[in-house]
Design a protein around this ligand. Sequence first.
Ligand code: CDP
Length: 796
Amino acid sequence: MPEALDEIKIGGMGASRKRVEDNRFIRGKGNYIDDIVLPGMLHMEILRSPVAHARIRSIDTSKAWNMPGVRLVLTGEMMAARNLAWMPTLSYDTQAVLATDKVRFQGQEVACVIADDPYIAKDACEMIVVDYEPLPAIVNPQQALADGAPLIRDDKENQHDNVVYHWEVGDKEGTDRAFAQADVVSKLELHYPRSHPSPLECCGSIADFNRSTSKLTVYMTTQAPHIIRAAVALVAELPEHMIRVISPDLGGGFGNKVPVYPGYVMSILASILLESPVKWIEDRTGNLISTGFARDVYLQGEMALRKDGKILGVRMHTDADHGAFFSDAQPSKFKIGLMHSAFACYDIPAAHLTARGMYTNKAPGGVAYRCSFRVTEAMYFQERMVQEAANDLGMDQAQFRRMNFVRDDDFPHRTPFGFLTDSGQYGKCLDVGLAAVGYDDFLKQKEEARKNGRLLGIGISTMTEPLGAGNSREYDILGIKMFDSAELRVHMTGKAILRTGAKTQGQGHETTWAQIVAHELGIPAEDITVEEGDTDTAPFGMGTYASRSTPVAGAAVAMVSRKIRAKARKLAAHLLEVSEEDIDWELGRFYVRSARDRGVTIQECAMAAYSNMPDGMEPGLENNAYYDPPNLTWPFACYIATVEVDPQTGVWDVLNMVAVDDCGVRINPMIVEGQIMGGLTEAYAMANMQFITFDSEGNCIGSNFMDYLLPTAWETPGFELHEVVTPCPHHPIGAKGIGECATVGGPAAFVNAVMNAIGDKGVRNIDMPLLPDRVYEAITQKHDVSGAPPIRTDDE
Ligand code: CDP
């Protein structure tokens, strides 16, 4: 009898298989957008506005046109003549491709030059003379709402103020009743500052329109190639089958490569006009000041509490700063993304959220930076609020969480805002975390240290978050339902190619998708090629963001493998000359139930599909699957940080950071750990150092990596990782998403730890980043420290 296959050896589920994509990445053989060179390719540069808000009196491009090597200079006026000066956004707003009437943020696209090489294009941009009539700039929602505030979007017919939307969700009356019964009401106000996803590779595109075939091929740094193809077809009125979007290797995305940027549109138009390939590669400052920012939300709320620690209800209000255009992607039902996923891990009878979005003179904001549509802000507020509430009650913060958690036997559980969570072991995760960090001992050390003037602190952040939008009943982008797909073709010799509608940006899909196929079919993972990102070959998909790949595309991979297995079973029955009912499956092999040693391998079935199929059977062994998940997946995380704050300087050091993640079944434990470490690094950066803000004139402070800091291995603290596994009940392989958990849940653990160290009842909040001067101010002045813009940059 043949030996059973060892799933780990063939690189199936649970194998910490090395990332196959790293073979090319670490050898410098990745194929990024800037590596692509097409014959006759021209180069595009963008002229950006130096001011945040100004009327454009005139643009003089004559000197630029006259420079040798310049092929085309585009202005808003020329775009308008082709009805392309404005484009629709992914959130039903409009965005200027090139400014016509006004500029509305510093860095906005005003003109572009296409030339023989990028240096000529850049020099020519500097020869363009724009006459601006400055207008007052608005840099936060409070200014946007003030009486007499200038109207930013005067291009929109029915827009009479700077409000983008009002939205609410939850049970207002029930929440009012809960507050009427409260023994204690705890309040908190904070600002989740603007941050930038800052992938190491900036954005770019190469548009290549071929007049002889009418085919437009666009190489583009996009996390969602199929959505872009649809958008190009609709906006440019080009036939969809004549558009091919290829997203090559991406040097990170983190949500920054979801929106449609003007540079993409202009390179396409330029290629059509010039009938040559046109390349646009954004520079670092362009990326940092003009592409999708994240967060920038003012959150305030209150919690109704019973004396014994029971949470009775929550009220939340958010004011989101969207910048000049509402252009980040959201499911169309939910204006402030999934902000209402807040408090999902706690058993709270009633909650109500009101949300307002505002236009300001800043670049478009609100992209889901390593996050599912605003869950980062939601979880940050939740965990800061929970800590403050525990303090107000005089309760231990771990005990307060534990007593309010949804219990293991309470699933499925309807959250106070209406989501359905379906699984988790929240108490167990907390226990693992507390044991790992040595909670009780640390509290004793903390007391001892305080006697000696040292400030130690411990911060906890626990959360379940919704990953894997959507189910198509509730989730769509611009009306396109959120689902995903996979296509699997098994060749004659049992090797295979898998294509999905997702698009990896460093998460390792080429490795992990093959592991799912190996698990389902017993084909060794090394025999499976994975391809994504080419709309001419990959099946339609909604792309990769919001940690939706494993919950949705990953599920489609399992489902298509099962379809292949079902056909292989028929082939096996034919080869073994028994009926299908008489055969069983073990990894990689069908066998006759009554004679286990009589069997055929999946590879033998594949050969038969091309050489020896039963009469009447369609030849070949390939299929596809579209997967519409029944629910989101709900991973859970418990992050616990310990810190020491220097009372003399406000500098704080991380002593320990323990992470306990439950993302259901782990496909590749090593990749999961990498995702958690990367996420915690970003969380630490946000809490500790990343500062991007605006002065009163709308100048962006933080437009380069000297000012906006990315942590290196030197600054990043060590992390201690632990796991709990609660399989997802509806996912075919029991997996839940993980990509963003640590970025979402991590910041609150660091901030809670610093607040805990300061331990002063007069200070409820310091806004991130917790820069030493802010912490020092809070310690010495005993008041909250706000990070809201504008900052002062002069000596006034
Ligand atoms: O959508 P995105 O790829 O950013 O996030 P994800 O679905 O959470 O997956 C991130 C990486 O972790 C992928 O390579 C997944 O296959 C892997 N993963 C895993 O091995 N096991 C899980 N339970 C979840 C993700």
